[in-house]
Design a protein around this ligand. Structure first.
Ligand SMILES: [Zn+2]
Length: 105
């Protein structure tokens, strides 16, 4: 085990691994509401054939406050490291922002 904690860069890797799932935190691009979404590795990861990633997700989330649609597309390598991340309609924020522990930088 190692205990060194790197500061997370959510623009390149917004995924917080939790067992067999991942969590992402998104700020709505329209109303600024910050929300949490869970990605179930078993259910949401699709096999990818694009040559740069092994798995991919293609999700459409709806902001519960203003009904703004936020699309998230991402590719993952075999070890579930993100190969690319693309978000439209909002932006990724750190878990600490969602929990209110940290302001946005
Ligand atoms: Zn919204």
């Amino acid at each position: 085990m190692f205990f060194r904690k790197k500061k997370k860069d959510v623009s390149s890797n917004p995924f917080y691994k939790e067992g067999n799932s991942m969590k992402i935190y998104i700020k709505c691009g329209k109303c600024g509401y910050v929300m949490e979404f869970k990605i179930l590795n078993d259910r949401d990861l699709m096999v990818s054939y694009d040559g740069v990633s092994a798995y991919m997700i293609d999700k459409l989330y709806v902001c519960p406050k203003c009904y703004n649609q936020i699309s998230v597309k991402a590719g993952f390598k075999g070890n579930l490291k993100p190969a690319y991340v693309d978000i439209n309609g909002g932006k990724f924020v750190a878990k600490e922002v969602y929990e209110g522990k940290e302001g946005e930088r």
